[in-house]
Design a protein. Structure first.
Length: 256
């Protein structure tokens, strides 16, 4: 296996409109549009991924190893990033290690439109890239490992069959539109460490009945729950940002 240098972490790029025309405009948190299917990888990229999996016997996942990888301000050595799923089992289980090295990152668009009904993310994963599970139309459940810290923009966009989500207490950040268009989502528990709920995070989650927001959340974007039925019940601490948001936007609030 070739040892590669760290690829820059997936991050929102305000100038990269060809690859990601759906991203928010800088300075305009109220603006969003539907994403489009990402560009098809070049043959060279596909060949590299296929060679990596063939060399190691890890045939279900495309992956890359980095000698250094910075995630959420911490530098790690010998990290694995998974970038695709080639298996046939609709219950996808991401391995905790590949070639004896920890899987710490899920690359952006990794499982775009994957025909999976369930997914297990191991405790070793710290970062889930943007659009990682977008348009996984049959994805009903996902088990997020206890190590996940950051979930990127629109990571679960239009995962229309997803019924519930529980963020582990390790998650401090979710991206713009993370669960936008999850029209079957009924309950969401946002853990205990999340610091904010950004624009369109749960927009158009039309079946959402309850969301538990921790006291650690200090900011909630005005349109975070745009398109959600007014019957939504928000659970949180008395006097918190969650209670204030519920009061200002016509949602019921219950102290938890």
């Amino acid at each position: 296996m070739r040892l590669l240098h760290r690829r820059p972490a997936p991050a929102i790029s305000w100038s990269d409109q060809e690859m990601f025309p759906h991203r928010l405009r800088r300075g305009d948190p109220s603006f969003y549009v539907d994403p489009v299917k990402p560009a098809t990888p070049s043959p060279a990229e596909e060949t590299t991924e296929q060679e990596d999996t063939a060399d190691t016997g890890v045939t279900e996942f495309g992956w890359t190893q980095y000698d250094q990888d910075e995630i959420n301000g911490t530098t790690y050595t010998n990290s694995i990033e998974v970038s695709s799923y080639n298996g046939t089992n609709p219950q996808m289980v991401i391995p905790e290690e590949i070639e004896g090295q920890p899987v710490r990152r899920i690359y952006y668009n990794s499982f775009y439109e994957a025909e999976i009904t369930g997914a297990v993310v191991p405790d070793s994963v710290l970062y889930i890239g943007e659009n990682a599970f977008s348009y996984c139309k049959s994805l009903k459940s996902i088990d997020l490992g206890k190590g996940v810290q950051v979930i990127g923009n629109q990571a679960f966009y239009e995962a229309a069959a997803l019924e519930e989500i529980t963020l582990p207490d390790s998650v401090t950040e979710i991206g713009v539109g993370t669960f936008m268009g999850c029209t079957s989502l009924k309950t969401a528990d946002l853990g205990s460490s999340l610091t904010g709920i950004p624009a369109a995070a749960f927009a158009n989650c039309s079946a959402l009945e309850s969301v538990t927001i921790p006291e650690s959340v200090k900011t909630i974007a005005d349109n975070a729950f745009e398109g959600v039925d007014s019957a939504l019940v928000i659970y949180g601490s008395a006097g918190s940002a969650a209670e204030q948001y519920a009061s200002q936007n016509g949602f019921d609030f219950e102290a938890a």
